[in-house]
Design a protein around this ligand. Structure first.
Ligand SMILES: [Cu+2]
Length: 140
């Protein structure tokens, strides 16, 4: 009986623990630092990633060292399929700053021409410094 109690307690604790981890996971675990540590960016896909269709995402920029939101002067996003050496159409792409949120942008119309591994090249200008971060994603 006691073993059973202990077991169920453990299961409960483990469940609580994994839920807790998900909710409190630091944003930094899913982001990517830029090449010269000018910024840290997190790309959250709100639609997709899909292949041969448009996807959407949110880009959040942070200070590379302190992970505080930072303001960004300009953003460009280029999906690149490194393994095959090609890009994709960017004519539908639209990057819009989120009102009232420092360093946050929505990006619509991301078109990944085919399924497979993509490197999303995020170029941003912070305090006059251009830098690039590569966000890896696999489109089905
Ligand atoms: Cu390809």
């Amino acid at each position: 009986m006691q073993t059973l109690l202990r077991l169920s307690l453990c299961v409960l604790l483990c469940q609580a623990c994994s839920t807790h981890n998900k909710a409190d996971a630091p944003a930094s675990t899913e982001g990517v630092a830029s090449k010269n540590s000018t910024f840290f960016v997190i790309m959250d896909w709100t639609t997709g990633p899909k292949s041969a269709a448009t996807s959407a995402a949110t880009l959040s920029f942070y200070d590379a060292n302190h992970h505080q939101p930072i303001s960004v002067d300009s953003v460009a996003v280029v999906p690149w399929m490194t393994t095959m050496g090609h890009g994709t159409s960017m004519k539908d792409q639209k990057i819009v700053p989120v009102a009232g949120q420092v360093g946050r942008f929505t990006i619509d119309g991301i078109y990944l021409i085919m399924g497979g591994p993509w490197d999303i090249r995020v170029t941003a200008k912070v305090n006059g410094n251009m830098d690039i971060a590569t966000v890896a994603v696999t489109a089905p």
